[in-house]
Ligand binder design. Structure first.
Ligand code: FE2
Length: 284
């Protein structure tokens, strides 16, 4: 454990992420809040446990990271709060109130857009006692340990990201998009090796789900490369596993991480989380 500007922290894993101790966001002053934001930018991910956050508190908090981003699927946003998305298996009057198993499979959020979201914030209200973990992979360390020759081979490769591909091929919540949704989410091209705009670090910014192919590479060869790289960056040595407790807030930087949820027994347990996004910029 270390003390940083009177805030005690402990690493989530060596060289990546911190848990911030003793900060109650509902009463924290401006200095403490700004230190939380700084710790996020320095570490790629932060955890704060035991928080009590009303929707307005969450909105105020996400605005410290950046301008809140809209959600692609609008039907599961919190009534009156279009920037707060519900992740849940709960039903009210026989209708689901949130997206269930939405983030299962390694990915980085909103990568099917020209300007993917900078960060993702999850706030846990109800969590299963087992399962439903969130795993974060540190893509900068994964890139750094590659041999120089391999870095040179990968540098300059561009990936084809597609929302339509994601929604037609994913394991859970597969759906045919309306013409309106297709028009609102055209395919985009992003670099495989992404440079962090704030600190210049490079990330091996591979993903599954939205990635349809590698530009200029034949499909089978591209798929083999993508599979190999995803398997590599998600090796245990690069991954933090978050085990949720009610009241947890987890925020991660999508510019240098990959994440996935894990399944839980939805016949026994309820999960309810709020998800918020802050806008990002065009990857380079
Ligand atoms: Fe996600």
């Amino acid at each position: 454990m270390t003390t940083d500007n009177l805030i005690r922290t402990r690493p989530l894993m060596a060289g990546f992420g911190v848990e911030i101790l003793d900060v109650d966001l509902s009463t924290a002053d401006e200095d403490a809040r700004q230190n939380v934001i700084r710790l996020f930018h320095e570490n790629g991910a932060i955890v704060l446990r035991g928080q009590t956050m009303a929707p307005d508190d969450l909105m105020a908090f996400i605005k410290l990271f950046g301008e809140p981003e809209d959600h692609t699927q609008t039907k599961f946003t919190l009534p009156g709060y279009p920037k707060i998305f519900l992740l849940s298996n709960k039903e009210v009057d026989g209708k689901p109130i949130g997206a269930h198993n939405d983030g299962v499979g390694w990915h980085t959020d909103y990568s099917y857009k020209e300007e993917p979201v900078m960060c993702t914030m999850l706030y846990a209200i109800e969590v299963p006692p087992e399962g439903s973990d969130t795993l974060l992979a540190d893509l900068c360390v994964a890139y750094n340990v590659l041999p120089d020759a391999r870095k040179a081979e990968l540098d300059g490769l561009m990936l084809h990201h597609s929302y339509q591909h994601l929604m037609s091929s994913r394991e859970f919540g597969r759906m045919e998009l309306s013409d309106e949704m297709k028009a609102a989410n055209p395919d985009v091209i992003h670099p495989l090796i992404r440079t962090h705009p704030a600190n210049g670090r490079k990330a091996l910014w591979v993903s599954t789900g939205t990635v349809k192919g590698v530009i200029g590479m034949e499909d089978a060869q591209a798929q083999a490369l993508l599979d190999e790289l995803v398997e590599f960056v998600t090796e245990e040595r690069f991954v933090y596993r978050h085990k949720w407790q009610a009241g947890d807030i987890l925020v991660w930087d999508n510019r240098c991480t990959l994440h996935t949820g894990t399944l839980f027994d939805d016949t026994k347990y309820v999960r309810l989380m709020h998800r918020l996004w802050a806008k990002g910029d065009k990857p380079f």
